[in-house]
Design a protein around this ligand. Structure first.
Ligand SMILES: [Ca+2]
Ligand SMILES: [Ca+2]
Length: 157
């Protein structure tokens, strides 16, 4: 009985400490939420923050491929915001969470993107349905991807 109880507590603890919260999927050490609602970029970031997360930051090609595949395979709403923009300086793409510059090894721009179909106005980045990235109007409403590190949230339960 004691063993059973301890085993239960262990599973309970591991689930709570290391599991992703409801509505998030696990990949490696990270948790991702693909929203169903559509929001402007800044609102999407705020909603992510309310969940203890941020708009997704793509750190490796593998992470980018995973998110692109999720959108391609699972999602039907097309474009999804990620946490990348050139709001501060036109043409200088920085990750929302850290301010770090986008590096060419993870960049996955679509053909002809980023473009200037709305000169100087397409400052926020989406992953499109085909998995490639494009810049778009930050005020446009799209679904979005929130990311947090597994076990970092304080709202599990
Ligand atoms: Ca990441
Ligand atoms: Ca564009």
């Amino acid at each position: 009985m004691l063993v059973f109880t301890l085993a239960f507590l262990y599973v309970h603890l591991v689930f709570h400490v290391y599991g992703c919260p409801d509505g998030f999927i696990t990949h490696g050490t990270q948790c991702y939420h693909f929203s169903h609602d559509k929001e402007a970029y800044m609102i999407a970031q705020l909603v992510c923050e309310q969940m203890g997360a941020t708009l997704a930051k793509i750190d490796t090609q593998a992470e980018g491929n995973f998110l692109s595949a999720q959108i391609h395979n699972v999602q039907t709403n097309g474009h999804h915001w990620i946490g990348l923009n050139d709001i501060l300086e036109e043409g200088t793409w920085r990750w929302h969470t850290t301010g770090a510059l986008l590096t060419s090894d993870v960049a996955n721009w679509d053909t002809h993107e980023p473009n200037t179909s709305n000169p100087g106005l397409e400052n926020c980045v989406v992953i499109k349905t085909d998995g490639k990235w494009g810049d778009d109007l930050c005020m446009a409403s799209y679904p979005y991807i929130c990311e947090m590190t597994d076990g970092e949230t304080g709202i599990i339960g």
